[in-house]
Each structure stands twice: as C-alpha cells, then as structure tokens.
Design a protein around this ligand. Structure first.
Ligand SMILES: C[S@@+](CC[C@H](N)C(=O)[O-])C[C@H]1O[C@@H](n2cnc3c(N)ncnc32)[C@H](O)[C@@H]1O
Length: 377
C-alpha cells in the first residue's frame, strides 16, 4: 500500500480535512454541517458590513490572513459552502441571467473606471501579470496578454474565438500585434457588447468589422458556422458549472489541429471552492475549480500543458481595482445601482477586499490562476 492510499484511508474517517470525495458518509455529513456553519458566520459578517458595521481595512485583512491559511492548509473541505460546488451542474453555466444583472451589466461607467480604460487596453476583468516588473495595472494587463500569446502560440493569420470576451480587450490587444489575425467574441452582457459595438465604429480601434465578429449570446446555447484555429477563454470558467459539457462544446468549435487556452481562477486544494457571500451578491453560482479539474475532464479535450500562476498577481490586481473604485466614487455615485449607492459601495468593497486578501493567503500558493493548453482528445 502506498503512503497516499494509507493517508486517504485515514482521511476517510476524519471530518473537515482533505478531499470530500474520499469521505465516509458520517465524516461527509459532519463536514457539510461544519461548512454550513462557517458559511453562516461569513454571511453574518458580510451582512453586518453591508449594513454599516465599521471594520477598518487593516483589521479585515488581518482577520483573513489569520483564518485563511488554517482553512487552506488543514480544513479545505470547509471551503465549499454548498453541495453544488462539489459536482458538475446540469447546465453548462448556471444563473446566467441573474449574473448579468447583478454583475456584468452594472453601470459601465463604474466598471470601466474600476478596471481601467485606455486606447489599447480596454476594461479587462481578469488578473494582470505583475511578475515581469509591471509598473501599473495597464502594464500588468499587457504583460498578461503577452503571456497568453506565447503560451497559446498565436501566429499571424489565426482565426480565434474568445469565449467570454468582456469588453474586447484581449482581441483588441492581440490584433494590434498581428495584422492578419481575426477574432470572434462571444459575450452575454448586453452592456459590454454595446461598448464593443461602439469600438467597432471607431477607426482607432482594432475591433474593426472586417477582423472582429461580435456574437451577443449565451455559452449555454451558442453555435458557430465555422471552426477556429485557436480558442481562448480568460476568466470565464468560474461561471461554468459543467466542464464535460463545456469541453464537448469547445471541441466542436475547434479545427482538428486547433488549440484551446483556458485561464481560470483555481485553488490548489482537493475540492472546488465557493463562498456564500459571492454567490448571493457578486457571482451567482460562481465557483473556483480545483487545479486538477480541467485535466481530469479529458473526454473531448486533453490538457497538454498547464501552469499555476501565483495568487499575488490577482491580489495586486484586486488591490489596484479597489483603489480605483474608491478614487472614482464621486463620479459614479449618482448612477443607477437599483439600490442606495452607500449599500452598493459596501457590497463591492467587501467583495474586492475579501478576494484581494484571499489570493494573498500563504503567499499566493493556494488560490491563484490556472492556465491550461488543450487539444482534441
Ligand atoms: C470575468 S469576465 C472576463 C472577460 C474577459 N475575458 C476579460 O478577461 O476581460 C467574464 C465574462 O464572461 C461573460 N459571461 C459570463 N457568463 C456568460 C454566459 N453564460 N454566456 C456568455 N458570456 C458569459 C461575462 O459577460 C464577462 O464578459
């Protein structure tokens, strides 16, 4: 018997630690109960903050810096507050409509200020890459896309699908470097698509109609008449609940010798992770897949390479977004949030502080981004 299987056998009977899939039923039920209790405590804190409880940012961060290493290292099974986090969902992406309402179709003037909007780097809602000495948010996003170009092996002339294209930042930057690359972008957010349509009429933008095709639609239903040389998807799979269905779909869009690059938030713990607060207020049915989930769903697409990107990159990005969110308050507070701005601001500060701090836990070694290069299986 190997040491791993001895450990798994012991772990089976111990509530709270390790891999949920290995647990005896008594250990499983006890762990679920404790995960619900932890989630209830986090929700109580979140609701108190949203309703006006003053917690200085330093105290908030210190609390998470103390508790999160214990959870990641010793009881990761408590980080899945709901059963659905542990298994594949029925739909490829759950709660898409609600996600657009409470997240992606929020006033764009606010989102664009928070994320940053420059001539080549449009708002990009995913991590920057800071490890190559980026001096600021914009540079970190350029370095991030440079790395994607290299890892996906983009060459001039490629016909590429961006699955969840946001504001078109990644296609615009890549097309600025390759004069004969063409892109199709898929996005369900009407507001983000409106931003892209505006850019498609702007002669300064690389999202020109002869090189860029916009498809406003849902990942769950989309079909394309053509097949692509490359597919990339950046920061979208936290909204995908069924990797098997998603990969079947992506494989059907890909040429026989094509390549797929998936960049997602990931956790280096045995189970997937989520949070009650983000599920209710920020990303309904959002989840972080564990680092092995993509290679473990290899029926239609096989992983031929993968990289773990340290969480300090997202920590720095979220810290920059929080600073911008605070700095630009005066110009965005009168926009329509469907609620009092003071409440909205507290919800979003809690979100940016919570995620920003968790990514920095244990020097970014547990919660970061996973990048995967895949081909037809
Ligand atoms: C975190 S953002 C990342 C956007 C972009 N890839 C980037 O890096 O800036 C996720 C994107 O996925 C889109 N999205 C989420 N769920 C979707 C769905 N069911 N169908 C189509 N697009 C979806 C969102 O509207 C948003 O543009």
């Amino acid at each position: 018997m190997t040491s791993t299987s001895v450990f798994s056998n012991v772990q089976r009977h111990i509530p709270v630690v390790g891999d949920m899939a290995l647990k005896s039923s008594a250990a499983y039920e006890t762990t679920r109960l404790m995960a619900r209790a932890l989630n209830a405590a986090q929700m109580a804190l979140a609701e108190a903050y949203i309703n006006g409880l003053e917690i200085p940012d330093t105290a908030f961060r210190a609390m998470l810096h103390t508790s999160m290493p214990i959870l990641f290292q010793h009881c990761p099974a408590l980080l899945a507050p709901y059963e659905w986090v542990l298994k594949e969902s029925d739909h490829l992406a759950e709660s898409s409509k609600e996600l657009m309402e409470i997240q992606y179709n929020r006033p764009q003037a606010m989102l664009n200020q928070m994320l940053g909007d420059w001539p080549i780097i449009y708002p990009k809602y995913s991590t920057g890459f800071w490890e190559n000495g980026a001096a600021n948010l914009k540079e970190s996003q350029m370095h991030m896309i440079d790395q994607i170009i290299e890892r996906l092996g983009i060459v001039d002339g490629d016909n590429i699908l961006d699955f969840g294209c946001g504001w078109g930042c990644v296609p615009n930057y890549i097309m600025s470097k390759f004069p004969n690359v063409r892109f199709t972008g898929l996005n369900l957010s009407h507001e983000q698509c409106e931003y892209i349509r505006h850019k498609m009429k702007d002669p300064e933008s690389y999202l020109s109609p002869d090189r860029f095709t916009l498809h406003e639609g849902d990942l769950n239903e989309v079909q394309f008449a053509e097949k692509f040389d490359k597919i990339l998807s950046v920061g979208v799979f936290c909204h995908v609940g069924n990797l098997t269905n998603a990969f079947q779909r992506l494989a059907s869009f890909l040429k026989s010798d094509g390549k797929v690059f998936i960049h997602i938030i990931t956790v280096r713990i045995p189970n997937n992770m989520s949070s009650g607060f983000t599920h209710k207020y920020i990303f309904p049915h959002g989840r972080y897949w564990n680092y092995d989930a993509v290679p473990n769903h290899g029926r239609d697409l096989k992983t031929i390479d993968r990289w773990y990107m340290n969480g300090m990159n997202y920590h720095k990005t979220l810290t920059a977004w929080l600073e911008r969110f605070d700095d630009f308050q005066a110009s965005v507070k009168s926009l329509d949030y469907g609620m009092d701005y003071a409440k909205f601001r507290r919800i979003w500060r809690f979100y940016l502080l919570l995620l920003g701090t968790i990514f920095a836990t244990c020097d970014g070694e547990y919660n970061g981004n996973g990048q995967y290069l895949l081909t037809h299986a």
